[in-house]
Design a binder for this molecule. Structure first.
Ligand code: CTP
Length: 219
């Protein structure tokens, strides 16, 4: 059997936390499970893995390079440095699209306030930025939608110049957060979509890495 080369795989996972003051932040429900599962599976396949993760309750898998960050801007900075040496980027992180414009140095007190207005500013779209210098790298993104999943997934795949996108629908019957099974789809540049019903995150990771290896090794 032909020996395959080890890929340098960058994976992001978890939410980002955007601080308001020293004790508060804006974030989302991401648990980081998919990104950590992909990192585990990629390490088992003997790839060189760097996992850049927002705050989660998970233990990073062994045999990988683990980097913890809090904010989208920190994640962007780490990726900017590591992207050059990567063969593949898997952006499973739920990056906060907005951050508070101003971070208070001291705890914001309710005393004397009837309401509090917080102005949010856009965070950079990290994946879109990096995809401008894609080169021969394989890029995979994720998206979570409440409706029209396939159409929106293909739109994001095209706009962010991705090779693959993993998409899921958040609904009463389908909860893609956490460690349970859920429905996902993986779409590619030819607009082919594999529908994955009630799949575990471990099996989702295996399928995604199979597709990434096929693209990276041109098979
Ligand atoms: N992403 C990113 N930087 C951001 C937001 C998202 O790199 N500021 C990445 C995510 O990690 C994911 C992909 O882009 O792989 C899609 O994220 P999503 O939030 O669904 O995309 P948006 O274009 O922000 O979607 P929407 O316009 O619906 O908010």
């Amino acid at each position: 059997m032909k020996k395959r080369k080890r890929l340098n795989i960058l994976i992001t996972a978890g939410p980002t936390q955007e601080p308001l003051d020293p004790v508060r932040f804006i974030s989302n429900h991401s648990t980081g499970t998919v990104g950590y599962e992909i990192a585990k599976e990629a390490a088992l396949r003997r790839h060189r893995v760097t996992l850049i993760s927002g705050p989660t309750a998970l233990t990073p898998p062994g045999g990988i390079n683990f980097i913890k960050i809090n904010t989208a801007l920190e994640m962007r900075e780490r990726l900017r440095v590591l992207f050059d040496g990567a063969d593949c980027l898997i952006m499973a992180a739920a990056v906060s699209d907005f951050r508070p414009e101003r971070v208070s140095k001291s705890k914001i007190s309710k005393t004397g306030k009837k309401a509090l207005t917080v102005r949010l500013v856009r965070n950079p779209d990290i994946l879109s930025e990096l995809s401008l210098k894609k080169g021969g790298r394989v890029l995979a993104g994720f998206c979570l939608e409440t409706r029209d999943v396939l159409r929106k997934a293909i739109k994001k795949l095209e706009e962010k110049r991705l090779d693959l996108i993993v998409a899921s629908r958040l609904s009463r019957d389908n909860n893609p957060f956490g460690s349970g099974k859920a429905d996902f789809l993986i779409a590619d540049k030819e607009k082919r979509a594999s529908m994955l019903k009630g799949i575990s995150k471990k099996n989702l990771s295996k399928l995604l890495l199979d597709k990434i290896e096929n693209l990276a090794f041109n098979v």
